[in-house]
Design a protein around this ligand. Structure first.
Ligand SMILES: [Zn+2]
Length: 451
């Protein structure tokens, strides 16, 4: 909101073409070096607040020239002359010229910089365009007399639904935006010169409806903002970053996360709002959520049967089981086996805990496992075949994928299946002594500094 016209602005306005359209302002400025809103009579306050900003912009544009104004045309030597805008005494004198009334003003080097604008001229701000705009500003004055601050009201109208974190469904928002655009069109038509009372009356009818819409919005937001499945702006931004237009459209359509969209949403706020439901889902399993890791995007889970900690990523969880949060069924059963299958081990200690626990489980089986710390760092492990008394190397990550179920006491894989896996694992087989040699060489290499 504008509440002051400075000395410099006053001098600019008084020398500009447009001031003759606004005689109330000219009369006030004639007798004052600057003007505060408190000095403006009540009947002109609306114009001061809402139209003067346009007048000032127009004044600036009336005087804008090309870069030639940057070269001082006079050097007064020891003499000084006051700048026509700010009044400061100057040695180097520049001239700016008004493109509508032809007036010339001498200014100093600081003030002249405001009037150099090559882009402005390139945009085709011709004399004709400036005159058209001056006419529009007269119309703005008429509009603001009837609807104070109308431009702001229209801007607010068109951006209102952007303010709350709740996404308004199309059925509520669309009619409001359509009518807001209509208001803007009428406003622009009036400025362009289709000057008739009908336009103003139609605008008034629309403006009278605004309060009703706002009430509806507020009621909708109040009623739904704490709903666990409410579509929020944060979810929309998150989907936008994932370029998931389809899910965004559906949320906009319904205003809520539905079974069509839930599999695609694991935005932080959404996960947090529904954490109770996630916890509850796990109650039917041997696992529970011990932490939600938003950096790694997953539920960190653990069971009573093992010290191994696992993470099931949100994307895997939601795409397989998401609809269950809404009480719907999913193709995949929410079973211990499936959870283990979709999870990976979590934390730097877990490989060793996994090894120790697996070793214990395999004690009476015909296979075993051997993994040193160095092996683990190289992502490898040796499986032992007790009958043939030989070892085969496998990737640690592969073994974990194969044997997770054993550690968690699940039915898959059973003893027979895992023994078969070890017996038939392809790859070079090593005797106990051979394995010892390999390890001592690799450990020597690791400990020998490279020369
Ligand atoms: Zn100056």
């Amino acid at each position: 909101m504008r509440n002051l016209i400075s000395k410099k602005e006053r001098n600019l306005i008084m020398n500009s073409y447009i001031i003759d359209d606004h005689t109330w302002l000219k009369d006030l400025l004639e007798t004052r070096p600057s003007l505060r809103i408190s000095e403006v009579p009540e009947e002109h306050r609306v114009d001061f607040e809402y139209v003067v900003p346009y007048i000032l912009k127009q004044c600036g544009d009336e005087w804008k020239g090309d870069e030639s104004v940057l070269h001082p045309v006079e050097d007064l030597g020891d003499e000084r002359r006051p700048c026509g805008l700010c009044g400061r005494e100057n040695r180097y004198i520049y001239y700016i010229q008004n493109r509508l009334n032809g007036k010339k003003m001498n200014v100093g080097g600081d003030c002249v910089e405001d009037y150099v604008d090559i882009d402005f001229l390139r945009e085709g701000n011709s004399r004709g365009k400036l005159l058209r705009r001056a006419k529009e500003i007269r119309k703005r004055s008429i509009l603001n007399q009837r609807f104070p601050g109308i431009q702001n009201r229209i801007d607010t109208w068109l951006n209102r639904s952007g303010k709350s974190n709740v996404v308004l469904p199309l059925s509520i928002e669309e009619p409001y935006l359509n009518i807001g655009n209509k208001l803007q069109d009428l406003h622009n038509a009036f400025l362009r010169g289709e000057d008739n009372e009908m336009i103003l009356n139609e605008m008034e009818d629309i403006l009278n409806e605004e309060a009703g819409y706002i009430t509806r919005f507020d009621e909708y937001i109040q009623l739904n903002k704490d709903h666990k499945f409410i579509a929020t702006k944060s979810i929309m931004t998150w989907l936008e970053n994932r370029r998931d237009r389809k899910t965004m459209e559906s949320l906009k359509q319904y205003g809520f996360v539905t079974k069509e969209t839930i599999s695609f949403i694991w935005e932080k706020g959404f996960i947090e709002r529904n954490i109770d439901s996630f916890n509850q889902l796990f109650e039917s399993t041997i696992f529970k959520i011990i932490e939600v890791d938003f950096d790694n995007e997953g539920f960190v889970i653990q069971s009573d049967h093992s010290r191994v900690i696992m993470i099931i990523r949100f994307d895997k969880f939601m795409s397989n089981f998401g609809e269950r949060v809404l009480g719907e069924s999913t193709k995949a059963a929410f079973s211990d086996n499936n959870i283990v299958k979709l999870s990976s081990i979590y934390g730097s200690n877990s490989p060793y805990i996994f090894r120790d626990e697996l070793k214990k489980k395999l004690k009476t089986w015909s296979v075993g496992i051997s993994m040193t710390d160095e092996d683990a760092e190289l992502n490898q492990v040796y499986l032992y075949d007790r009958r043939k008394k030989d070892y085969v190397q496998v990737k640690l990550s592969e073994l974990i994928a194969e044997a997770k179920g054993i550690v968690f006491g699940l039915s898959n894989p059973d003893r027979k299946k895992f023994e078969k896996y070890v017996h038939e694992k392809e790859g070079k087989r090593y005797t106990h002594n051979e394995l010892r040699d390999i390890r001592s060489i690799s450990s020597q290499m690791a400990n020998t500094p490279i020369r």
